[in-house]
Design a binder for this molecule. Structure first.
Ligand code: FEO
Length: 180
């Protein structure tokens, strides 16, 4: 058994966040099943994949605890929340889950700093960056949803237009360069 290099307080906090990440996976899994049930195949696929990503986060905690000589405690995961009302509610709630998860990561980061546990701080900082990415991902997705579903300028298809523009090349072919 590896020498224990983390405090008991840190070991408890890391285990708690490990369970939290497992719960996050359940949340995505539940929302993915809801999306599939409601015929949003693309959203469902995205959320199933994201559920796997949350499980990977959970494994990162397991591996780190073990690597630092701590004891992993696998505990019960609370139930996933109720189904969202609609797709907008689904995206809003996912963003909120990520914002709440970020707060827990910040608390963990704070603990690592106060304990001068630099390896734990380094580990937690990976998650600080990850949370910035995840909040941005769902915030952007919610913005796109609002754009796609809010009638502006009499056109609810601005989402498609925006996607086309995002994929548009910076150059175009003029008649003199056309190949026939
Ligand atoms: Fe592991 Fe989406 O937070």
């Amino acid at each position: 058994m590896a020498t224990k290099k983390i405090s008991s307080v840190m070991e408890k906090a890391l285990n708690a966040q490990m369970t939290q990440e497992a719960w996050q996976a359940q949340v995505y899994l539940s929302y993915a099943a809801w999306a599939e049930e409601n015929h949003y195949a693309g959203i469902a696929d995205f959320l199933y994949k994201h559920s796997h990503e949350e499980r990977e986060h959970m494994f990162k905690f397991i591996k780190f605890i073990l690597n630092r000589g701590g004891k992993v405690k696998v505990e019960a995961i609370k139930a996933a929340p109720a189904d969202p009302k609609d797709l907008g509610d689904c995206l809003k709630k996912l963003l909120q889950h990520e914002v709440e998860n970020s707060k827990l990561i910040y608390t963990l980061t704070d603990l690592a700093h106060s304990e001068k546990d630099w390896p734990a701080l380094n580990f937690a900082q990976w998650f600080v960056k990850e949370q910035v990415e995840e909040e941005t991902l769902f915030s952007n997705m919610l913005d796109k949803y609002i754009l796609a579903t809010t009638k502006k300028e009499g056109n609810a298809n601005l989402y498609d237009f925006d996607r086309d523009v995002a994929n548009a090349p910076q150059e175009t072919t003029i008649p003199q360069e056309e190949k026939f």
